[in-house]
Structure formats: C-alpha cells, structure tokens
Design a protein around this ligand. Structure first.
Ligand code: CO
Length: 134
C-alpha cells in the first residue's frame, strides 16, 4: 500500500542553523526557510536524489513540534512520510486493522498542498507516520 518515502522530518530549534549544516557541512541543496503559520512550523526542504529532508522549527504558541523539542532538546527525527495512491482507502484499511489515525480521521491539506494523515506512533514501532496522497 505505501509507496515512496516522500520525506523524513527533523525537528530543530533553529532551522537556519540546521539548514546551514545540511548546506555547508553535508553539501546538500536547501530551500530558503518557509513559514507555514497554519501548520505551526517554519520549514526548510533539503532535496536529495531519492527523497527530501524537512527541517521543522516551531512557529507560534501551539506548534505541533513544541512538545517534541521539550523532550528532545537537541532536535531529532519527528516523522516519516510515505506516499499512498488513495489516502481515504489507506485510512479505511488501516482503521479496519486497528491502527489509530490521529485527529478526526479526515485528511488535511499538508505542507505540500496535498491531503495528509498521521498515524499513532504506538502502532508503528514508536515512529510517527505521515501518509500523503501521491
Ligand atoms: Co511531513
């Protein structure tokens, strides 16, 4: 059911500093910082030949990554995003198998303008999973 690894998201305290590490130390192509107030994050996209890395810095009071950074002050891998062809069908199949979809189960428009869902990390080896409609 899952397809390509769309991105690995890494939560950081300072997205400009993290982007500089990827650009200057690792020699990767990085985008300018992009504030996404509706998602509570500022992102930098690191483009790799086979996938992307998303660096996420909290933006605003109710950022969904604020608690994660309290527990992981140095930053860390926050979630993996897999592509699916049909996000509603994927949700129905997962729920039928007892997997927990976060929120009300309705896909929301994600940071790339496509429908996304998040799956409970306790059902997937301690890893928060994002599904994105391909
Ligand atoms: Co993501």
């Amino acid at each position: 059911m899952i397809g390509r690894l769309n991105h690995v998201a890494i939560a950081v305290r300072d997205v400009a500093a993290a982007a500089a590490t990827y650009r200057d130390v690792l020699g990767a192509a990085t985008s300018p910082p992009l504030p996404l107030p509706e998602h509570g994050v500022t992102t930098v996209f690191v483009t790799l030949p086979n996938t992307k890395i998303e660096l996420l810095e909290p933006l605003g009071e109710a950022s969904p990554i604020a608690k994660f950074l309290e527990r992981n002050p140095e930053g860390g891998i926050h979630h993996l995003c897999y592509e699916v062809d049909d996000i509603a069908a994927a949700r129905d199949r997962l729920q039928a198998q007892g997997a927990r979809v976060l929120g009300d189960g309705a896909p929301k428009i994600g940071a790339h303008g496509k429908p996304v869902l998040f799956l409970h990390p306790k059902d997937f080896n301690g890893t928060l999973i994002e599904l994105e409609q391909a």
